[in-house]
Design a protein around this ligand. Sequence first.
Ligand code: GUN
Length: 291
Amino acid sequence: MPAIVIDGKAVSLKIREEVKQRAAALGERGIAPCLAVVLLGENPASLSYVTAKEKALTEAGMKSRDIRLSAGAAETELLSLIAELNADKTVHGILVQLPLPAHINTDRIISAIDPAKDVDGFHPVSVGNMVLGRPGFLPCTPHGVVFLLKELKIPLSGAHAVVVGRSNIVGVPLANLLVRRDVNATVTICHTGTRDLSRHTLEADILIAAAGSPALIKPEMVKPGAVVIDVGVNRVPDSAKEKGYRLCGDVDPAAAENAGYITPVPGGVGPMTIAMLLQNVVQAAEVYNYE
Ligand code: GUN
């Protein structure tokens, strides 16, 4: 039987409605939640993500401050900008779109953001709080995946979750969230150094593909009935398409024949990432120290 397709968009809309109400409540106190969105250069994928984030903020009744710098901007310029945004009491969150150009030290930039405004959850303080299970901002894509699994009432406690990919943005934080007591999964992380990837993926009750490799997960790598979450958003050249490319996940769509549940690309995890970002921004504005 083909898999049930998980509608991430539908779940995300519910969250966005809640965020809108929270933002309106802040509005009544004279607070306009605001996210500064910083983009360097014109990477087409980054540009489309940033545009989607800004549109979602507006729809939730929040503000975005769009800051565009050239791809050649100096690291010192970016650090000064972050210092300004940290000090600005009308800015509640700061998002620097990744990846940054190679001449910029990403760790240094992320570490310069005030953790109170780190709505991406990438700052070492946020990562530390997440690993220790303390309050703080959770990274949007991993949080979105866990939220989606919980919302769909997928049995997670004691389940074997296999995460393919070890990025700081998705794989590593996601594995951390899945292993926490509130989720209680048993977690395996696979990566480019893993021997015999299929041996691991076939054991997964929940298989999460976050490797950034188009159609890496083939149908024969999926245990029948497994829940398959596809985090990949790859642009694959396709001359038949007007844009010259098509979006392809990390999972071969034919895997839907084996899976019990599967997320589509687009329309699965992507909308959840944006919803979680909105939630972090409204939370940042709610707890901000306005003294
Ligand atoms: N690049 C890819 N995903 C993300 C994200 O969630 N946040 C930022 N800032 N950059 C990204």
